[in-house]
Design a binder for this molecule. Sequence first.
Ligand SMILES: Cc1cc2nc3c(=O)[nH]c(=O)nc-3n(C[C@H](O)[C@H](O)[C@H](O)COP(=O)(O)OP(=O)(O)OC[C@H]3O[C@@H](n4cnc5c(N)ncnc54)[C@H](O)[C@@H]3O)c2cc1C
Length: 382
Amino acid sequence: MAYKTYEVAVIGGGVTGSAIAYHLAKAGVKVVLVEKGDICSGASATNPGFCVLTYREDPVVMELALQQRREWDDLSQELGVNLEYECTGGLIPISNQQELEVLAGLVQNCHNWGLKQVEIVKSDRAVEQERALDPTKIIAAVYCPWEGRINPFKLTLSLADRARLLGAHIMTGAEVTGMEVARGNVKTIHTLQGDIKADVIFCAAGAWTRKVLSLAGASLPVEYERGEAMVSIASPPTIRGMVTDGSFFVREKEKPPMVAGACLAQTKSGNIVLAQATTQIKNHDRSSTYAGPIAVAKKVLYYFPKLSDLEILRMWGGIVAYTPDRQPLFGFLPNPKNLFVVVGFHSAIGIAPVLGRIVKDVYLKGKSQYDFTAYSPLRFLQ
Ligand SMILES: Cc1cc2nc3c(=O)[nH]c(=O)nc-3n(C[C@H](O)[C@H](O)[C@H](O)COP(=O)(O)OP(=O)(O)OC[C@H]3O[C@@H](n4cnc5c(N)ncnc54)[C@H](O)[C@@H]3O)c2cc1C
Protein backbone atom coordinates (compact mmCIF):
# COMPACT_ATOMS: atom_id res chain seq x y z
CA MET A 1 0.00 0.00 0.00
CA ALA A 2 1.35 3.44 -0.96
CA TYR A 3 1.46 5.91 1.91
CA LYS A 4 2.12 9.60 1.67
CA THR A 5 5.10 10.29 3.90
CA TYR A 6 6.08 13.51 5.65
CA GLU A 7 8.61 14.70 8.17
CA VAL A 8 5.82 16.20 10.29
CA ALA A 9 2.06 15.77 10.55
CA VAL A 10 0.05 18.41 12.39
CA ILE A 11 -3.40 17.29 13.56
CA GLY A 12 -5.93 20.15 13.81
CA GLY A 13 -6.41 23.09 11.47
CA GLY A 14 -7.32 25.73 14.04
CA VAL A 15 -5.16 28.75 14.72
CA THR A 16 -2.61 26.65 16.64
CA GLY A 17 -2.15 23.91 14.05
CA SER A 18 -2.18 26.38 11.15
CA ALA A 19 0.54 28.48 12.81
CA ILE A 20 2.66 25.37 13.42
CA ALA A 21 2.25 24.23 9.80
CA TYR A 22 3.10 27.72 8.56
CA HIS A 23 6.36 28.00 10.49
CA LEU A 24 7.45 24.47 9.64
CA ALA A 25 6.72 24.96 5.93
CA LYS A 26 8.54 28.29 5.98
CA ALA A 27 11.58 26.49 7.41
CA GLY A 28 11.48 23.96 4.54
CA VAL A 29 10.06 21.06 6.56
CA LYS A 30 7.88 18.59 4.65
CA VAL A 31 4.66 18.97 6.61
CA VAL A 32 1.03 17.93 6.32
CA LEU A 33 -1.82 19.68 8.16
CA VAL A 34 -4.67 17.25 8.81
CA GLU A 35 -8.08 18.74 9.63
CA LYS A 36 -11.32 16.82 10.08
CA GLY A 37 -13.56 19.66 8.87
CA ASP A 38 -12.47 22.86 7.17
CA ILE A 39 -9.55 25.00 8.23
CA CYS A 40 -10.81 27.30 11.02
CA SER A 41 -13.90 25.29 11.87
CA GLY A 42 -13.25 24.67 15.59
CA ALA A 43 -12.86 27.18 18.43
CA SER A 44 -10.80 29.45 16.18
CA ALA A 45 -13.98 30.33 14.28
CA THR A 46 -16.02 31.23 17.35
CA ASN A 47 -14.25 34.13 19.03
CA PRO A 48 -14.13 37.93 18.75
CA GLY A 49 -10.35 37.95 18.27
CA PHE A 50 -9.27 39.70 21.46
CA CYS A 51 -5.47 39.83 21.63
CA VAL A 52 -5.40 39.46 25.39
CA LEU A 53 -2.57 40.85 27.51
CA THR A 54 -4.02 41.68 30.94
CA TYR A 55 -5.30 38.24 31.85
CA ARG A 56 -2.45 36.01 30.81
CA GLU A 57 -1.90 33.00 33.03
CA ASP A 58 1.79 33.33 33.85
CA PRO A 59 4.97 35.28 33.01
CA VAL A 60 5.94 32.97 30.15
CA VAL A 61 2.66 33.30 28.28
CA MET A 62 2.71 37.04 28.99
CA GLU A 63 6.11 37.19 27.26
CA LEU A 64 4.62 35.36 24.26
CA ALA A 65 1.65 37.74 24.12
CA LEU A 66 3.90 40.82 24.31
CA GLN A 67 6.14 39.40 21.60
CA GLN A 68 3.11 38.67 19.44
CA ARG A 69 1.88 42.23 19.91
CA ARG A 70 5.13 43.53 18.44
CA GLU A 71 4.77 41.26 15.42
CA TRP A 72 1.17 41.72 14.21
CA ASP A 73 1.93 44.29 11.53
CA ASP A 74 4.94 42.35 10.22
CA LEU A 75 2.84 39.20 10.14
CA SER A 76 0.17 40.93 8.04
CA GLN A 77 2.90 41.86 5.56
CA GLU A 78 4.51 38.43 5.65
CA LEU A 79 1.18 36.69 4.97
CA GLY A 80 0.15 39.30 2.41
CA VAL A 81 -3.21 39.70 4.14
CA ASN A 82 -4.57 42.55 6.22
CA LEU A 83 -5.25 40.74 9.49
CA GLU A 84 -7.19 43.80 10.71
CA TYR A 85 -5.10 44.10 13.85
CA GLU A 86 -6.05 47.24 15.73
CA CYS A 87 -4.58 48.41 19.01
CA THR A 88 -7.91 49.58 20.43
CA GLY A 89 -7.27 49.32 24.15
CA GLY A 90 -8.96 46.89 26.53
CA LEU A 91 -11.25 47.57 29.45
CA ILE A 92 -12.43 45.39 32.35
CA PRO A 93 -15.40 47.09 34.05
CA ILE A 94 -15.41 46.50 37.83
CA SER A 95 -18.79 46.53 39.53
CA ASN A 96 -18.00 45.72 43.18
CA GLN A 97 -15.32 45.64 45.87
CA GLN A 98 -14.63 41.93 45.53
CA GLU A 99 -13.84 42.31 41.82
CA LEU A 100 -11.68 45.32 42.59
CA GLU A 101 -9.54 43.34 45.03
CA VAL A 102 -9.04 40.45 42.61
CA LEU A 103 -8.29 42.72 39.67
CA ALA A 104 -5.83 44.82 41.69
CA GLY A 105 -3.88 41.55 42.07
CA LEU A 106 -4.12 40.92 38.35
CA VAL A 107 -2.75 44.40 37.58
CA GLN A 108 0.12 43.79 40.00
CA ASN A 109 0.92 40.51 38.20
CA CYS A 110 0.93 42.33 34.86
CA HIS A 111 3.41 44.86 36.23
CA ASN A 112 5.61 42.10 37.63
CA TRP A 113 5.50 40.25 34.31
CA GLY A 114 6.57 43.19 32.15
CA LEU A 115 3.24 44.74 31.15
CA LYS A 116 3.41 48.16 32.77
CA GLN A 117 0.80 49.74 30.50
CA VAL A 118 -2.17 48.63 32.58
CA GLU A 119 -3.85 50.40 35.47
CA ILE A 120 -7.01 50.67 37.53
CA VAL A 121 -8.87 53.77 36.40
CA LYS A 122 -11.89 55.66 37.69
CA SER A 123 -15.24 55.46 35.93
CA ASP A 124 -14.82 58.78 34.06
CA ARG A 125 -11.61 57.49 32.43
CA ALA A 126 -13.33 54.20 31.64
CA VAL A 127 -16.10 56.09 29.84
CA GLU A 128 -13.48 58.00 27.82
CA GLN A 129 -12.46 54.59 26.47
CA GLU A 130 -15.99 53.17 26.08
CA ARG A 131 -18.50 55.96 25.58
CA ALA A 132 -21.52 53.65 25.62
CA LEU A 133 -20.64 52.35 29.11
CA ASP A 134 -22.98 53.40 31.93
CA PRO A 135 -20.62 54.92 34.56
CA THR A 136 -23.15 54.40 37.36
CA LYS A 137 -22.72 50.61 37.03
CA ILE A 138 -19.03 50.52 37.83
CA ILE A 139 -16.78 51.56 40.68
CA ALA A 140 -13.58 51.41 38.58
CA ALA A 141 -12.08 49.55 35.60
CA VAL A 142 -8.85 47.92 34.50
CA TYR A 143 -7.57 49.76 31.43
CA CYS A 144 -4.81 48.59 29.12
CA PRO A 145 -4.09 50.82 26.11
CA TRP A 146 -1.88 48.10 24.59
CA GLU A 147 -4.61 45.54 23.97
CA GLY A 148 -6.37 45.14 20.66
CA ARG A 149 -8.16 42.77 18.37
CA ILE A 150 -7.62 40.90 15.15
CA ASN A 151 -9.79 39.07 12.63
CA PRO A 152 -9.43 35.42 13.80
CA PHE A 153 -10.73 33.98 10.51
CA LYS A 154 -8.25 35.92 8.41
CA LEU A 155 -5.46 34.97 10.80
CA THR A 156 -6.15 31.22 10.78
CA LEU A 157 -7.03 30.91 7.10
CA SER A 158 -4.08 32.95 5.89
CA LEU A 159 -1.60 31.00 8.06
CA ALA A 160 -2.85 27.76 6.51
CA ASP A 161 -2.99 29.22 3.03
CA ARG A 162 0.54 30.59 3.24
CA ALA A 163 1.73 27.24 4.62
CA ARG A 164 0.24 25.63 1.50
CA LEU A 165 2.01 28.10 -0.80
CA LEU A 166 5.26 27.27 1.01
CA GLY A 167 4.80 23.57 0.26
CA ALA A 168 2.69 22.21 3.11
CA HIS A 169 0.03 19.67 2.21
CA ILE A 170 -3.32 20.75 3.66
CA MET A 171 -5.82 17.90 4.09
CA THR A 172 -9.39 18.90 4.96
CA GLY A 173 -12.31 16.57 5.59
CA ALA A 174 -9.56 14.26 6.80
CA GLU A 175 -10.54 13.21 10.29
CA VAL A 176 -7.82 11.19 11.97
CA THR A 177 -9.57 7.94 12.81
CA GLY A 178 -6.72 5.76 13.98
CA MET A 179 -2.99 5.54 14.64
CA GLU A 180 -0.79 2.48 14.45
CA VAL A 181 1.89 2.38 17.10
CA ALA A 182 4.92 0.11 16.90
CA ARG A 183 8.05 0.07 19.08
CA GLY A 184 6.89 3.19 20.97
CA ASN A 185 6.24 5.39 17.94
CA VAL A 186 3.23 6.24 15.80
CA LYS A 187 4.01 4.62 12.46
CA THR A 188 0.84 5.25 10.47
CA ILE A 189 -2.00 7.74 10.77
CA HIS A 190 -5.35 6.68 9.33
CA THR A 191 -7.51 9.53 8.05
CA LEU A 192 -10.78 9.66 6.14
CA GLN A 193 -8.70 10.85 3.17
CA GLY A 194 -6.17 8.02 3.29
CA ASP A 195 -3.23 6.87 5.38
CA ILE A 196 -0.11 8.94 5.99
CA LYS A 197 3.22 8.47 7.69
CA ALA A 198 5.25 11.11 9.53
CA ASP A 199 8.35 11.06 11.70
CA VAL A 200 6.83 13.47 14.24
CA ILE A 201 3.19 14.32 14.97
CA PHE A 202 2.02 17.54 16.58
CA CYS A 203 -1.45 17.22 18.06
CA ALA A 204 -3.20 20.62 18.03
CA ALA A 205 -6.72 19.22 18.15
CA GLY A 206 -8.05 21.61 20.82
CA ALA A 207 -11.15 20.27 22.58
CA TRP A 208 -10.82 16.96 20.70
CA THR A 209 -7.29 16.29 22.02
CA ARG A 210 -8.22 13.52 24.43
CA LYS A 211 -10.07 11.69 21.65
CA VAL A 212 -7.14 12.02 19.21
CA LEU A 213 -4.59 10.89 21.81
CA SER A 214 -6.70 7.85 22.64
CA LEU A 215 -6.28 6.71 19.02
CA ALA A 216 -2.59 6.26 19.83
CA GLY A 217 -3.32 4.59 23.16
CA ALA A 218 -2.35 7.74 25.11
CA SER A 219 -4.32 9.60 27.74
CA LEU A 220 -4.11 13.10 29.18
CA PRO A 221 -6.72 14.95 31.26
CA VAL A 222 -7.82 17.46 28.63
CA GLU A 223 -11.33 18.73 29.35
CA TYR A 224 -13.31 21.33 27.48
CA GLU A 225 -16.00 23.91 28.02
CA ARG A 226 -18.47 25.57 25.70
CA GLY A 227 -18.46 29.33 25.24
CA GLU A 228 -21.52 30.94 23.64
CA ALA A 229 -21.49 34.19 21.74
CA MET A 230 -23.53 36.20 19.23
CA VAL A 231 -23.06 38.96 16.70
CA SER A 232 -25.14 41.98 15.75
CA ILE A 233 -25.83 43.50 12.36
CA ALA A 234 -23.31 46.17 11.27
CA SER A 235 -23.87 49.18 13.51
CA PRO A 236 -22.43 52.70 13.81
CA PRO A 237 -19.18 52.83 15.83
CA THR A 238 -20.23 52.18 19.46
CA ILE A 239 -17.63 49.91 21.10
CA ARG A 240 -14.08 51.13 20.75
CA GLY A 241 -11.93 48.33 22.12
CA MET A 242 -12.21 44.98 23.80
CA VAL A 243 -14.38 44.79 26.92
CA THR A 244 -14.17 41.89 29.38
CA ASP A 245 -16.57 41.53 32.31
CA GLY A 246 -14.85 41.91 35.70
CA SER A 247 -17.09 39.22 37.20
CA PHE A 248 -15.19 36.56 35.21
CA PHE A 249 -12.20 37.01 37.51
CA VAL A 250 -13.97 36.29 40.79
CA ARG A 251 -14.05 32.61 41.61
CA GLU A 252 -17.36 31.53 43.14
CA LYS A 253 -17.06 28.96 45.95
CA GLU A 254 -19.59 26.79 44.14
CA LYS A 255 -19.34 27.22 40.41
CA PRO A 256 -22.78 27.47 38.77
CA PRO A 257 -23.32 25.26 35.70
CA MET A 258 -23.24 28.33 33.44
CA VAL A 259 -21.13 31.45 33.98
CA ALA A 260 -22.12 34.47 31.89
CA GLY A 261 -20.55 37.88 31.48
CA ALA A 262 -20.29 40.80 29.08
CA CYS A 263 -17.39 40.63 26.64
CA LEU A 264 -17.73 42.87 23.60
CA ALA A 265 -15.86 44.15 20.59
CA GLN A 266 -16.89 45.79 17.34
CA THR A 267 -15.41 44.49 14.12
CA LYS A 268 -14.05 46.67 11.32
CA SER A 269 -17.28 46.10 9.42
CA GLY A 270 -19.36 47.38 12.36
CA ASN A 271 -20.73 44.10 13.72
CA ILE A 272 -20.66 43.90 17.50
CA VAL A 273 -19.62 40.51 18.89
CA LEU A 274 -21.12 39.75 22.31
CA ALA A 275 -19.72 36.92 24.43
CA GLN A 276 -19.85 34.84 26.54
CA ALA A 277 -21.70 32.21 28.53
CA THR A 278 -19.47 29.33 29.59
CA THR A 279 -20.72 25.83 30.46
CA GLN A 280 -18.79 22.68 31.35
CA ILE A 281 -19.88 20.00 28.92
CA LYS A 282 -18.90 16.44 28.06
CA ASN A 283 -20.42 15.72 24.65
CA HIS A 284 -18.63 18.12 22.25
CA ASP A 285 -22.00 19.85 21.79
CA ARG A 286 -21.30 23.19 20.16
CA SER A 287 -24.90 24.30 19.72
CA SER A 288 -26.20 27.55 21.10
CA THR A 289 -28.57 27.19 24.06
CA TYR A 290 -31.67 29.19 24.91
CA ALA A 291 -30.27 30.40 28.22
CA GLY A 292 -26.74 31.36 27.11
CA PRO A 293 -27.40 34.34 24.80
CA ILE A 294 -30.09 35.66 27.17
CA ALA A 295 -27.68 35.59 30.11
CA VAL A 296 -25.02 37.39 28.02
CA ALA A 297 -27.53 39.98 26.77
CA LYS A 298 -28.60 40.76 30.35
CA LYS A 299 -25.01 41.39 31.41
CA VAL A 300 -24.29 43.48 28.30
CA LEU A 301 -27.37 45.63 28.87
CA TYR A 302 -26.43 46.11 32.52
CA TYR A 303 -23.21 47.85 31.49
CA PHE A 304 -24.31 49.15 28.09
CA PRO A 305 -28.04 50.05 28.28
CA LYS A 306 -27.67 52.02 25.04
CA LEU A 307 -27.38 48.72 23.18
CA SER A 308 -30.99 47.74 23.98
CA ASP A 309 -32.08 48.05 20.32
CA LEU A 310 -29.12 46.11 18.95
CA GLU A 311 -30.29 43.65 16.32
CA ILE A 312 -28.70 40.21 16.68
CA LEU A 313 -27.79 38.41 13.49
CA ARG A 314 -26.74 34.98 14.73
CA MET A 315 -25.45 33.10 17.75
CA TRP A 316 -23.16 30.12 18.22
CA GLY A 317 -21.14 28.01 20.61
CA GLY A 318 -17.49 26.97 20.53
CA ILE A 319 -15.57 24.47 22.64
CA VAL A 320 -12.23 25.22 24.21
CA ALA A 321 -9.80 22.83 25.90
CA TYR A 322 -8.36 23.19 29.36
CA THR A 323 -6.46 21.01 31.82
CA PRO A 324 -7.21 20.42 35.53
CA ASP A 325 -4.50 22.91 36.58
CA ARG A 326 -5.52 25.37 33.82
CA GLN A 327 -1.95 25.32 32.50
CA PRO A 328 -1.22 24.42 28.89
CA LEU A 329 0.21 21.12 27.67
CA PHE A 330 3.29 21.41 25.50
CA GLY A 331 5.69 18.55 24.90
CA PHE A 332 6.37 15.03 23.71
CA LEU A 333 4.61 12.10 25.32
CA PRO A 334 6.72 9.30 26.76
CA ASN A 335 4.67 6.85 24.70
CA PRO A 336 4.28 7.11 21.75
CA LYS A 337 7.52 9.07 21.75
CA ASN A 338 6.98 10.89 18.45
CA LEU A 339 3.64 12.39 19.51
CA PHE A 340 3.81 15.99 20.74
CA VAL A 341 0.81 17.77 22.26
CA VAL A 342 0.11 21.52 22.05
CA VAL A 343 -3.15 22.42 23.78
CA GLY A 344 -4.77 24.43 26.56
CA PHE A 345 -3.22 27.84 25.96
CA HIS A 346 -6.17 30.05 26.80
CA SER A 347 -6.96 32.90 24.39
CA ALA A 348 -4.69 31.30 21.81
CA ILE A 349 -5.52 33.81 19.09
CA GLY A 350 -3.22 36.40 20.64
CA ILE A 351 -0.20 34.09 20.81
CA ALA A 352 -0.60 31.38 18.16
CA PRO A 353 1.82 32.66 15.50
CA VAL A 354 4.62 33.00 18.10
CA LEU A 355 3.67 29.59 19.48
CA GLY A 356 3.96 28.11 15.98
CA ARG A 357 7.48 29.47 15.71
CA ILE A 358 8.39 28.00 19.10
CA VAL A 359 7.16 24.58 17.94
CA LYS A 360 9.31 24.93 14.82
CA ASP A 361 12.36 25.74 16.98
CA VAL A 362 11.69 22.77 19.23
CA TYR A 363 11.37 20.52 16.17
CA LEU A 364 14.48 21.79 14.39
CA LYS A 365 16.78 22.70 17.30
CA GLY A 366 15.36 20.62 20.15
CA LYS A 367 14.71 23.76 22.23
CA SER A 368 13.29 27.27 22.21
CA GLN A 369 14.14 30.51 23.97
CA TYR A 370 11.15 30.08 26.31
CA ASP A 371 11.04 27.81 29.33
CA PHE A 372 7.99 25.60 28.87
CA THR A 373 9.04 22.98 31.43
CA ALA A 374 5.96 23.69 33.56
CA TYR A 375 3.71 22.73 30.63
CA SER A 376 5.17 19.26 30.15
CA PRO A 377 2.55 16.48 29.79
CA LEU A 378 4.71 14.45 32.17
CA ARG A 379 3.13 16.28 35.12
CA PHE A 380 -0.02 14.25 34.53
CA LEU A 381 1.77 10.99 33.78
CA GLN A 382 3.89 10.37 36.88
C1 LIG B 1 -17.05 32.24 22.66
C2 LIG B 1 -15.52 32.22 22.66
C3 LIG B 1 -14.83 33.40 22.72
C4 LIG B 1 -13.43 33.39 22.70
N1 LIG B 1 -12.77 34.59 22.68
C5 LIG B 1 -11.43 34.60 22.47
C6 LIG B 1 -10.75 35.82 22.21
O1 LIG B 1 -11.37 36.89 22.13
N2 LIG B 1 -9.40 35.78 22.03
C7 LIG B 1 -8.71 34.60 22.07
O2 LIG B 1 -7.48 34.63 21.92
N3 LIG B 1 -9.33 33.44 22.27
C8 LIG B 1 -10.68 33.40 22.44
N4 LIG B 1 -11.31 32.21 22.60
C9 LIG B 1 -10.50 30.99 22.65
C10 LIG B 1 -9.93 30.65 21.27
O3 LIG B 1 -10.99 30.51 20.35
C11 LIG B 1 -9.10 29.38 21.37
O4 LIG B 1 -8.07 29.58 22.35
C12 LIG B 1 -8.42 29.01 20.06
O5 LIG B 1 -9.29 29.14 18.96
C13 LIG B 1 -7.88 27.59 20.14
O6 LIG B 1 -7.34 27.25 18.87
P1 LIG B 1 -6.87 25.78 18.54
O7 LIG B 1 -6.29 25.80 17.20
O8 LIG B 1 -6.01 25.29 19.66
O9 LIG B 1 -8.22 24.91 18.59
P2 LIG B 1 -9.36 24.78 17.47
O10 LIG B 1 -9.57 26.02 16.73
O11 LIG B 1 -10.54 24.18 18.15
O12 LIG B 1 -8.73 23.74 16.44
C14 LIG B 1 -8.66 22.35 16.68
C15 LIG B 1 -8.95 21.66 15.36
O13 LIG B 1 -8.70 20.28 15.46
C16 LIG B 1 -9.59 19.62 14.57
N5 LIG B 1 -9.70 18.22 14.91
C17 LIG B 1 -10.24 17.70 16.03
N6 LIG B 1 -10.21 16.34 15.98
C18 LIG B 1 -9.61 16.01 14.82
C19 LIG B 1 -9.30 14.79 14.20
N7 LIG B 1 -9.59 13.60 14.77
N8 LIG B 1 -8.69 14.81 12.99
C20 LIG B 1 -8.38 15.98 12.39
N9 LIG B 1 -8.67 17.18 12.93
C21 LIG B 1 -9.28 17.21 14.13
C22 LIG B 1 -10.91 20.41 14.80
O14 LIG B 1 -11.82 20.20 13.74
C23 LIG B 1 -10.42 21.82 14.93
O15 LIG B 1 -10.47 22.53 13.69
C24 LIG B 1 -12.71 32.17 22.65
C25 LIG B 1 -13.42 30.97 22.59
C26 LIG B 1 -14.81 30.98 22.59
C27 LIG B 1 -15.55 29.67 22.50
